[in-house]
Design a protein around this ligand. Structure first.
Ligand SMILES: [Zn+2]
Length: 460
């Protein structure tokens, strides 16, 4: 049974799926206005590793990862009516939709190069506005939200458990807010936006009961996780920097609207460091997979580097450290058997859930298992085999001489259990223990009487 650290309880707990045999998991996905960097990819790799570990224990996983193509912005630029998507669109001379499509495709390409098993569904925020409006309506009905000039705020003082995940208290948040920009429409400094009224320069806007506007970032994960995984699900993953405020706000929204806990286990991966700092676009110390490849590294070198550290520890990245993993990575990648080169799942970026398919290629190593019992070696990338039923195992062969399965030389002594006089066995592998060969061979395990004097089956 897989055990993981639950950020909510600060303890290591076993994953006990609510539905027998299937773990439901939601992973915070990329905001598609720029290429993801390898720090982002380390966070996404966490979900992949959990999936593979669960598959190893015989559990299937239904994973949902959101694509944020609208509404991801900081409080500071909220007030200017701009978000990162729009700024990128202006910089590149593309529409917001073109920017989102471009970087969503880039994200899938990078995740594939890193050997990350695709999620079952990648819902886009822009396609789930109705679900978000419905959830905000429920929060208003239950007294957890208020409207001010077309903008809907979450009132954190109405949710007593606010701060339980991040160990923040409302007093701490009020004190810490003195240095930040102040939104005078908020009743409490920690209140956050559920729906923002669109300003005059806003290009992407949606109708709502509170006027034209667009959703906040936090509400999209609450709405889409409930829409795809139901009102209770097993695991929620993300980078540690998402624990506050994003996941704290998500708990307040989901539990505030439904009135009961939604996520059983919160799992967070720690930062990737470069030059002593968290890798982040704002720090200017960003590496992408493209840059790694340009400098002669294989993407799986970076994957291997991630595997050298526990997911809850900060990992120091450097090009040299990445290069140093190459010999070990190459040894691990050496094919062991079978034809499968990847644990690739077919997946789509559609907004509706669909079945996952493992590539289904047979591997005797059986290092991974698909949701329906298919087995796949999961050792690399590039597999394009379609799903199929594993071929039947080859017929078992027996040798007259134990320990020499392909022996073609005469045995020098009879195998254990032989009843005849001391004689030689031909040693030829046999598929039929009830053959007529007179030469004593190794006893068939479990057989009794004269039949225990097995024959090699060649008829000689
Ligand atoms: Zn999220």
């Amino acid at each position: 049974m897989l055990r993981l650290h639950n950020t909510l309880t600060r303890t290591i707990e076993p994953i006990r799926p609510l539905a027998p045999g299937t773990v439901s998991m939601y992973s915070c996905g990329p905001t598609v206005y720029r290429p993801v960097h390898i720090g982002n990819l380390r966070s996404f790799l966490l979900g992949d590793l959990i999936r593979r570990a669960l598959a190893w224990t015989g559990l299937s996983v239904r994973q949902v990862m959101n694509i944020t193509d609208v509404g991801h912005m900081t409080d500071e630029i909220y007030d200017r009516g701009e978000d990162k998507m729009l700024l990128a669109a202006a910089d590149e001379g593309l529409s917001p939709e073109e920017i989102a499509a471009k970087y969503e495709a880039a994200f899938h390409r990078d995740a594939g190069r890193l050997g990350i098993i695709p999620a079952e569904v990648y819902p886009r925020a822009s396609a789930h506005i109705a679900e978000m409006i419905d959830l905000i309506g429920r929060l208003l009905d239950r007294g957890h939200a208020y409207v001010d000039a077309g903008t809907v705020y979450y009132d954190v003082t109405t949710f007593p458990d606010y701060g339980r995940l991040s160990r923040n208290s409302l007093d701490q948040l009020r004190a810490g807010h003195r240095l930040a920009a102040v939104d005078h429409h908020k009743r409490h400094p920690a209140d956050f936006i559920l729906w923002k009224a669109a300003g005059p320069r806003r290009v992407v806007r949606f109708d709502s009961p509170w006027g034209e506007g667009y959703p906040g970032w936090h509400i999209e994960c609450s709405a889409m996780s409930i829409a795809y995984l139901g009102e209770r699900f097993d695991v929620h993953t993300g980078g540690v920097d998402l624990a506050f405020p994003h996941h704290e706000d998500e708990i307040a929204q989901s539990e505030g609207a439904l009135g009961h806990p939604v996520v059983s286990m919160w799992v967070h991966g720690d930062h990737l460091l470069f030059s002593g700092q968290k890798m982040a676009k704002s720090s200017g110390n960003v590496w992408t997979l493209d840059r790694l490849e340009e400098e002669g590294h294989h993407p799986l070198d970076f994957r291997y580097l991630c595997l050298t550290s526990r997911y809850r520890r900060q990992l120091r990245f450097s090009p040299d450290a990445t290069g140093a993993t190459r010999p070990a990575r190459r040894r691990a990648r050496r094919p062991r058997s079978g034809t499968c080169a990847s644990a690739t799942l077919s997946s789509t970026t559609s907004t509706s859930p669909g079945p996952s398919r493992w590539c289904g290629a047979w591997s005797a190593t059986r290092r991974s298992q698909g949701p329906n019992g298919e087995r796949c070696c999961g050792t690399g990338t590039g597999c394009s085999a379609s799903a199929s039923t594993p071929p039947p195992a080859p017929p078992r062969t027996r040798s007259c001489r134990p320990g020499r399965p392909s022996c073609s030389r005469p045995a020098t002594r009879p195998g254990p259990g032989a009843t005849g006089p001391r004689a030689t066995g031909c040693g030829t592998p046999s598929t039929n223990w009830a053959s007529r060969c007179p030469i004593p061979g190794r006893a068939r395990p479990g057989a009794a009487g004269a039949r225990a004097a097995a024959r090699c089956g060649t008829g000689r």
